[in-house]
Design a protein around this ligand. Structure first.
Ligand code: ZN
Length: 136
């Protein structure tokens, strides 16, 4: 039975870079959103004794009004959340791979592990059962 070790085509350094870009992008999106919107406190009185206070979002960009602006606002919050989450996870995984992977590969390989194809052979094997490479 061959146990192939997983290999990634993307370098951890590259994914770390893309992850950081995503986090910065989320921060930029959020800044644009904060700069482009203003929250007002609106008090609406249906009678002299009954008033309701609620916050209303006003968009300075795009000329969005009322419900459109609220919708845009939620979309921006959602987008910022998703982008920053994906970015943070990407950064975390990349850092893990950068820090942890070299340590794992520096461990002495168990007897029977093929250095060429990664197949696991019985410890007594002299040659790999998968690719016939000579085992140490
Ligand atoms: Zn092999």
């Amino acid at each position: 039975m061959a146990v192939a070790l997983p290999r990634s085509s993307m370098k951890a350094r590259d994914t770390l870079f893309y992850g950081l870009i995503l986090v910065v992008l989320a921060a930029v999106l959020y800044t644009i959103h904060i700069a482009g919107t203003e929250v007002h406190s609106v008090t609406d009185c249906t009678s002299a004794y009954h008033c309701e206070t609620y916050s209303q979002i006003e968009c300075k960009f795009f000329g969005l009004k009322g419900g459109q602006c609220t919708m845009y606002s939620y979309l921006m919050y959602g987008a910022c959340g998703v982008v920053s989450f994906v970015g943070a996870v990407t950064v975390a995984v990349s850092l893990y791979r950068l820090i942890e992977a070299p340590r794992v590969s520096a461990l002495p390989s168990p007897p029977g592990l093929c250095p060429k194809c990664g197949a696991m052979n019985p410890p007594t094997s002299k040659f790999c059962n998968e690719c016939a490479t000579k085992l140490a």
